[in-house]
Design a protein around this ligand. Sequence first.
Ligand code: URA
Length: 231
Amino acid sequence: MNKRRKVILKELGLTPLWKIKHVKQFPSAQAVTTQASKVIQPVAIQQMGWAQLNAKVTNCMACPLSQTRTQTVFGVGDKHADWLCVGEGPGAREDALGEPFVGPAGKLLDNMLAAIGLSRGQHVYITNIVKCRPPNNRNPNNDEAQQCEPYLTRQIALVKPKLIIALGKIAAQNLLGRDDSISRLRGTCHAYQGIPVIVTYHPAYLLRALPEKEKAWEDLCFAQATMQSLP
Ligand code: URA
């Protein structure tokens, strides 16, 4: 800068003069996101306790469902349950109340559990594949389910259930990584990371297809027999 310019700036009160430092090049936003989601984030989630995990889910903005939810729906029940029920995602009432399966399908689920001597507060934990409501109660898509998967994986690791009941096609397909229809998946004991998984109909479907309740009852008896056969 020449002398004259320095004098003028000084007279105008524009001193001391600040120089722009050389700015270190950071990785692009894309690279940071990729690193965070592929390495840092999942590892951190898999080390979280309940409170941290709940807070992480509450603040999650990983997929577009976060834009339309009222609140996240984390899960409910016994944190050391032998039984874990997994549904697909919150509906309107769940989104409003912050608890899974609180609408008519939830009432039926409670009755199904009661039929095998269980209740949501004791020995049972209930959660969903995705923690935010898909608009208009549509099925969560693959990307939404994948973004939410580390949360469910951590919940399962913390609960350490002896048996998982997959409620409906979406829960079953995502837990088992399979594309098959529910009728193909029912009646077999599958596994999720070594934990037995029994597939049954979603309670909301059973409310529309009452004759299928008999099959759901068979599934529950199968689940109970499987549980009793475990060491
Ligand atoms: N249906 C689900 O799959 N989950 C809920 O929490 C409510 C309805």
